[in-house]
Design a protein around this ligand. Sequence first.
Ligand SMILES: NC(=O)c1ccc[n+]([C@@H]2O[C@H](COP(=O)([O-])OP(=O)(O)OC[C@H]3O[C@@H](n4cnc5c(N)ncnc54)[C@H](OP(=O)(O)O)[C@@H]3O)[C@@H](O)[C@H]2O)c1
Length: 285
Amino acid sequence: MDVGIIGTGLLGSAVVKRLSLFHKIHVYNRTKEKARDLEQYGVQIEDSPMTLAKKCNLVITIVKDAQAVEQVSFGENGITQGKHDGLIVADMSTINPTASRKIAKKFAESGISMIDTPVMGGPNLAEKGQMIVMVGGKKEIYEKCKIVLDLIGEKTFHLGDNGSGHAMKITMNSQIALLALSISEGIILARKSGLDPTTFLEVLNSTYFKTGMSSIKGPKMAKGNFEPSFFLEMMQKDLDEINTTAKEIGAKLPMTELANKIYQNAVRNGFGNLDYTGILSYLEK
Ligand SMILES: NC(=O)c1ccc[n+]([C@@H]2O[C@H](COP(=O)([O-])OP(=O)(O)OC[C@H]3O[C@@H](n4cnc5c(N)ncnc54)[C@H](OP(=O)(O)O)[C@@H]3O)[C@@H](O)[C@H]2O)c1
């Protein structure tokens, strides 16, 4: 199958590397030069989303936010201008469910099928095909892309209509943002109490309260290693999406609102390009 990937940031590049082992891959990135490194995987770099869409059966968008998805979909030389029979678009960016439903409707009006396919897991897991994929949209469209999505994810959940994949994804990210803050505050409290934060994590990880965050990210955080797999500014963008959605649906999330203020301040103070766990570094400073 000819598969197109739009957006070759941290996640998009990892998905390209994985899928290039199995399919002919076409790539578009707004800043073309940043995609050049991927040529070594035999991928073809395209000049526009339109050119890419013309050559592909499935186009996966992995860009920053809803505005970026709109831009590559409906902007000048966007995906819709490369429309052909059987073209399917799968949006793997993290955006809010309402925006996703509007985008799906716009695609449908252009005669193009779209599903939302956000993922859990970072670039490392994407390269190994071990993501968790959350799908929203018509089941028959999902089934047509399953062969490709199963190469990225070890488990896929079809959750319902358009937007339901994103609804689940932002629910997941509220957990991640709060867990990163929780471990950060634990490390700070341990340090200020004269305890070794590594020992704090060792004790925590010996208990029922052990998480992937405390066992995998925690030790890196304690050492001050904030090499990004998911930028802090992206997490802040997701907290905006969570809070916007919560207001729309009448969900009260006081901790998530506070978390957003903390992440916003971290971004304002220049911490946006660290890994999201760099929230520890911001809190310590
Ligand atoms: N990294 C992860 O672990 C992870 C996991 C799950 C979901 N996600 C989600 O996946 C998406 C991409 O994340 P990432 O980590 O790959 O971020 P990233 O490394 O910052 O890459 C962002 C990508 O979006 C593109 N972009 C931004 N604004 C655009 C616009 N207006 N028009 C067209 N393209 C635009 C960028 O193009 P340029 O190169 O030109 O700037 C780049 O390709 C986000 O929605 C994120 O929340 C990421």
